[in-house]
Design a protein around this ligand. Structure first.
Ligand code: GLC
Length: 746
């Protein structure tokens, strides 16, 4: 065949592919195939390369002199940390100058809000309110998608049982059942009805996997665990995101049992893509491909790229190992074209689903951005989420709620007038957008009662350091007040990424300040602001009232004031155990009985107890008080024997026995008494959050099926074994109100 005819054939074929690629009525899979037939190897590899924009760095930065040219030449498939319709449109215009005009996908850490900041996820998880949690993710998706973002690196679904680890603030605590429910809700919130709506973003399950089990609670540290523990505790929330049809995953930095997650084919291919059938794409964490050299699992970037792409990591965030080595790896036969094509098609499929080939600027509508970033409904949603996240830890003598008729209130502490601290870690600073409308704690109090009460303020001390010079002023104003509110805790950057702490006490002299204020004899309410469970023995033993206020976001001040003065009755319950001391860590409720269980703090003789401290946390998983009280009664089981194809109906009556309307989180725990392997003494298997008016009773129903009795046996089979089970209905994992037993029979 002569060259002219060949040329004509190629041109005709290409024209056919191009028309297919652009044909909106064609299935996306066909459009992807058509486009890929036109792409060179270099252009394909460009889609696997993600760069950081130049504004904001969330990792160690590599500077590129010619980033713009690389994008123009189709050598970059995605940018992160690029926000706003103007800036994303500008980069998109440059990307569309490439030969095949393939649009960029823009990713951003929209972890707990965009312009409107919601409570940090760990705080929000304490609401146990799946609808509210979904709504906050939905609101974040509406704002970020209006600002040019296509894809959020959220939800973070890492189970965490070590509060020394700073990233506990990003997750949903220690329990796989609750963590899975919350993960599902957040994905639904971010992705909406389907990927491609311009008010939705692609979600990203991270950090896959077991990142929260870092040894010593030190960020990025190694993880060593049995596959059984991995499957039973750390994988379920990730599986829940796949069930929610999540569009992407992010591998974690850590190695698991010696294999870095970035190149862990067991995780990425065997489990995620094969067993779970995940069709989205996997992005590495920042630089994690290249960091395998530090891990010592590869010798150089060439080997790093080979290991990661072959294991199933589709996109390389910021390391440049793919960009610099994949062409050679393909030429050397170390990486097959089918591997490259699989990664590229996964990424292009999401770009087509987003509609970016039909309109690359469909997320760049300036009017919509203006409207949604100033939507008056969003602060209301944030305030509701914030109120529902506040945990009432102590309320001696029903000091709370405070009366609105108090004449003088002293509001003391280093966080009273802080503004941005309330945003916590992983907030988003939207360039050019005023994020200063955060309601400080002081402002919240002023708005609540400032028009008729005298409000006195003193900082008292700093968050860190030993300077006590502010104590005198604080004591002075406390002496003049009818009540004192003390707001103490961490700085917001003391938790988050690379913020592990070896000592999780309240820093500085803040608890000494509390001691001085208590000595005035005035009633003191303590607010503790933090991104993790802290240890605060003096405060918990001596303060009459304690609210754990986490970092509550844009509406912090109003939400705190609502709870302080009873306009909202606190309903949150802890999703992570609060240790009595750092020495108890790791500490979590769902533990095994051991051969010498330390059932209580008295029998330490040859039992699994400490000689110098209780084994129990200060505040347990599922704990949280209310301004009212609840009675649990009439636990009924439809039967006390069930076959594997049956289920047991459980009912229990909850009565609000106090004088405030309030919400209660009723928890159902199971204990498999005898198994082919040891089973935890209790596992959360269901819960209900219900509002009851003062004096109101309601019967709550649960169903126990085989699924709730199943676990991974030593061969990693998901089984329910015949035998007896205890069912426990509780107001927390330790406050078990009603108990019964049933048997699973063959
Ligand atoms: C960071 C974090 C990850 C984040 C990414 C992009 O290092 O580990 O959670 O999504 O880089 O900012």
């Amino acid at each position: 065949m002569n060259k002219a005819i060949l040329f004509l054939l190629v041109v005709t074929l290409n024209a056919g592919y191009l028309s297919n690629c652009n044909a909106q009525n064609k299935p996306i899979s066909q459009r992807v195939d058509s486009l890929m037939k036109l792409m060179t190897l270099e252009e394909k590899i460009g889609q696997l390369n993600q760069y950081n924009d130049d504004w904001l760095a969330t990792g160690p930065v590599t500077l590129d002199a010619n980033k713009k040219e690389q994008i123009q030449n189709g050598q970059v498939g995605s940018l992160l940390n690029c926000m706003g319709t103007a800036r994303t449109a500008a980069w998109q215009k440059i990307a569309l100058q490439s030969r095949l005009h393939i649009p960029l996908i823009f990713g951003q850490d929209v972890i707990h809000g965009f312009k409107t900041t919601f409570p940090i996820p760990l705080g929000e998880s304490c609401s146990w309110d799946l609808d509210a949690i979904e709504l906050s993710a939905r609101t974040a998706a509406v704002e970020s998608s209006a600002s040019g973002i296509h894809w959020t690196f959220a939800p973070m679904v890492d189970i965490a049982r070590d509060p020394r680890w700073g990233r506990v603030m990003e997750g949903s605590g220690e329990d796989p059942y609750l963590g899975s429910k919350i993960a599902y809700a957040r994905v639904k919130g971010f992705q909406g009805d389907k990927i491609g709506e311009t008010n939705s973003v692609i979600a990203c399950a991270k950090h896959y996997a077991a990142y929260g089990a870092a040894i010593g609670g030190r960020d990025y540290n190694s993880v060593d665990m049995s596959d059984r523990l991995l499957w039973e505790v750390y994988l379920p929330p990730f599986k829940a995101t796949v069930d929610a049809n999540i569009g992407s995953f992010m591998n974690s930095f850590n190695d698991i049992n010696g294999v870095p997650s970035t190149a862990n084919s067991y995780l990425l291919r065997d489990i995620l893509k094969d067993k779970w059938g995940f069709k989205g794409f996997v992005v590495s964490d920042w630089g994690s491909v290249g960091e395998m050299i530090n891990h010592g699992s590869v010798k150089n970037e060439y080997e790093a790229a080979e290991a990661a792409i072959n294991a199933g990591c589709d996109m390389d965030m910021e390391s440049r190992c793919y960009k610099n080595n994949l062409v050679q790896l393909v030429k050397d036969g170390k990486v097959s074209m089918s591997t490259i094509d699989d990664a590229v098609s996964r990424i292009l499929t999401k770009k087509f689903e987003l509609g970016l080939f039909d309109d690359p600027f469909r997320f760049c509508n300036r009017e919509r951005e203006e409207k949604e970033l100033n939507n008056p409904e969003h602060p209301k949603i944030a305030r509701d989420a914030a109120r529902k996240s506040i945990v009432l830890l102590k309320n001696e003598g029903n000091l709370l709620p405070l009366s609105k008729n108090l004449k003088t209130i002293a509001f003391i502490g280093p966080l009273v007038k802080a503004v941005k601290e309330n945003k916590g870690f992983w907030d988003v600073e939207v360039p050019g957008v005023d994020s200063g409308y955060i309601v400080s704690q002081w402002e919240g109090l002023e708005k609540k009662i400032g028009n008729h009460a005298k409000l006195l303020y003193a900082k008292g001390c700093n968050i860190e350091g030993t300077d006590r010079s502010g104590f005198a002023e604080a004591i002075n104003i406390a002496s003049q007040a009818d009540a004192v509110i003390l707001s103490i805790g961490e700085r917001r950057d003391m938790s988050g990424e690379a913020r592990s702490r070896s000592n999780i006490g309240i820093p500085g002299v803040q608890e000494e300040l509390l001691k001085e204020l208590l000595a005035t004899g005035k009633p003191v309410v303590v607010l503790i602001n933090a991104g993790r469970p802290l240890v605060f023995r003096y405060t918990s033993d001596n303060a009459p009232a304690i609210l754990y206020t986490w970092w509550l976001g844009s509406e912090a001040g109003d939400a705190i004031a609502d709870v302080l003065f009873g306009d909202y009755n606190p309903s949150a319950k802890l999703t992570m155990s609060f240790p009595l001391s750092t020495g108890q860590i790791p500490i979590y409720y769902s533990h095994f009985n051991t051969g010498r269980p330390a059932q209580n703090d008295d029998n330490r003789f040859y039992t699994s107890a400490y000689t110098d401290l209780s084994i129990y946390p200060k505040y347990e998983f599922g704990y949280g008080l209310s301004y009212t009280t609840f009675k649990y009664s009439d636990l009924k089981l439809s039967q006390n024997k069930m076959k594997k194809d049956e289920n047991i109906k459980v009912s229990v009556t909850i009565t609000n026995t106090g004088k405030y309307d309030g919400e209660e989180i009723v928890q159902l725990y199971l204990h498999d008494l005898v198994g082919s392997i040891t089973r935890p003494t209790e596992e959360l298997k269901d819960f209900r959050k219900l509002m009851l008016k003062a004096g109101e009773s309601r019967t709550v129903e649960f169903a126990i099926d085989k699924e709730k009795l199943s676990f991974f046996n030593k061969n990693l089979q998901w089984v329910a074994e015949p035998g007896e089970f205890d069912i426990m209905i509780g107001a927390s994992s330790r406050d078990i109100r009603l108990k019964d037993r049933f048997e699973l029979v063959d």
